[in-house]
Design a protein around this ligand. Structure first.
Ligand code: NAP
Length: 239
């Protein structure tokens, strides 16, 4: 069986492709989102309990290969996969979509983390699209923030904010409308990459708004592909 570490659109697409080819596949989700879009094939939900427990789990379930298709900012599970697979002698592939650096222009400011992003908005009306986790970095900002995420975030949140619960993919027209309606002066994002959430970057550019972008964290070294098609080819070979 192939285990996909999921939680992304690419992981869902990969599970569909493998299930359609009769490759036995299970997707693992962290269980963060209340109503996740469930992938094809088997699904398990919840943490493994760290790298050693993941390694045991892989052996117990006779997993032949793991594809880490988690989000580029999900650092801990990728580290766990690298250690757990090495210890269980299971092959590991990382499926990681390219970031957005090729789209950058001189209105983009790259920052290392959310704390730096919070300092960089400096009193401007900000559209925060960095997800539910880590929003406490913005708790002490005086800026008004439009915060968009899938599920309600836990406090502390910025003193002046509006919460928008929504799930991509987003459209250019929709993002332009948000920027105009809320008088957004700066957009804050992670370098997540992909098409589903890209429209905000096009909208910011169309309206001449700056973007503050959090760069990706370092990853453990692993064989890596950028597309679902490449991951399918690898899995068919490994399954
Ligand atoms: P994380 O910090 O790397 O993971 C924290 C812990 O959650 C891990 O140590 C692991 O618990 C568990 N976990 C994470 N992903 C898992 C998975 N696919 N299957 C089983 N357990 C998992 O991850 P995160 O940033 O909280 O993200 C959680 C999930 O949301 C990931 O699956 C990711 O693909 C998705 N996601 C994240 C972001 C983001 O910006 N971080 C954005 C969109 C989607 P144990 O140590 O107990 O095994």
């Amino acid at each position: 069986m192939i285990l996909i570490l999921g939680g992304t659109a690419e992981a869902r697409a990969l599970a569909s492709e493998l299930a359609a080819r009769q490759v036995p596949v299970m997707t693992s989700l962290a269980g963060r989102v209340a109503n996740p879009g469930l992938p094809a094939g088997e699904v398990r939900i919840g943490g493994f309990g760290g790298p050693a427990a993941l390694s045991d789990w892989l052996r117990d379930h006779e997993v032949s290969a793991v594809i880490d298709a988690t989000h580029p900012f999900a650092e801990r599970i990728s580290n766990s996969a690298a250690i757990g697979c090495a210890s269980a002698a299971v092959r590991l592939l990382r499926l990681e979509r390219p970031g957005w650096s090729e789209r950058a222009d001189d209105r983009w400011t790259w920052v290392e983390d959310l704390d730096e992003a919070a300092s960089a908005i400096r009193g401007r009306r900000a559209f925060i699209t960095t997800g539910r986790q880590g929003l406490s970095a913005f708790a002490t900002t005086d800026s008004w923030c439009l915060i968009r995420c899938v599920d309600p975030p836990a406090p502390p949140l910025p003193r002046h904010h509006e919460l928008l619960l929504d799930r991509g993919p987003y459209t250019l027209d929709g993002e332009l409308e948000l920027i105009d309606r809320h008088g957004i002066e700066v957009v804050v994002t992670k370098d997540s990459g992909g098409e589903h959430t890209r429209a905000k970057l096009d909208a910011a550019r169309a309206r001449g708004r700056p973007v503050i972008i959090v760069q990706r964290p370092a990853r453990p070294s692993a064989d890596t592909v950028a597309t679902v098609e490449e991951a399918v080819a690898w899995a068919v070979h490994s399954g």
